[in-house]
Design a protein around this ligand. Sequence first.
Ligand code: CAA
Length: 258
Amino acid sequence: MSDLKNLLLEIDGYVAIVRLHRPAVLNALNLELMDELVATLDSLDRDENIRAIVLAGSEKAFAAGADIKEMASATAVDMLYRDQFSKWDRIRKIKKPIIAAVSGFALGGGCELMMHCDIVIASETARIGQPEINIGVMPGAGGTQRLTRAIGKVRAMEMVLTGKFITAQEAFDAGLVNKVVPVEFFLEEAVRLAQEIASKPPVAVRLAKEAVLKSFDTTIEMGLEFERKNFYLLFASEDMKEGMAAFVEKRTAEWKGK
Ligand code: CAA
């Protein structure tokens, strides 16, 4: 991960801060950046010293979408073989919590990347949208599905069919972001939240994230069954014994991640 060209990586205790870094093009997501991002997230997911990940852009842009210049002359068959969106499935499978810190533009693939994250902190300056319609295409990295589940059909339809951007406050009101903060604090607040989650027992965090995500692709019956199994599984963890003992003994628990 030492020769990253399109990302900045910083480690703060148990938290990794990954920043998209193509400032000249508002962090447009080209193939090279996406390859680096997926490899970096995969590697952080395997790193037992990391418990939560913050994914951010700059103040000006989280990401202005897929790189239009890279796609402009592609044929359908080029796109089929390039299969660029399949690597996004690997982001969906990251097991550690990912907190998006979103400021400025989060458009097209940028909005879709934000929606791959588990929690979203937005700056007051965030402008969020799926403007692909304006360039003759449509969302391709999950926007039609994730946005609809997140904010409902009529609001998603309006965003996807008009391409209009919504403000951070509108995104908050629609349930697309968790919190809106002044621009100078967007990264700090996301890191603070990541540190808070990183202070929780890691096995429980992992199984809880997995169970919440399961609700998107299963029936309530199967989802409840899945939740129950994860709940029971946690009784095999040392951290569960420690957590409950610490409660009874009125002391602070010390997590081992085991
Ligand atoms: N791809 C490639 N380059 C981009 C880009 C993108 N998505 N977005 C911005 N840039 C580049 C611009 O071409 C420009 O480069 P030059 O200086 O070389 O001309 C630079 O970034 C700065 O952009 P602007 O001058 O346009 O800045 P602005 O402040 O006037 O406008 C903006 C900002 C409204 C975000 C505008 O850049 C814009 O509309 N960008 C495209 C947004 C978009 O359509 N995104 C969807 C892409 S398709 C997609 O994402 C498919 C999918 O589902 C994954």
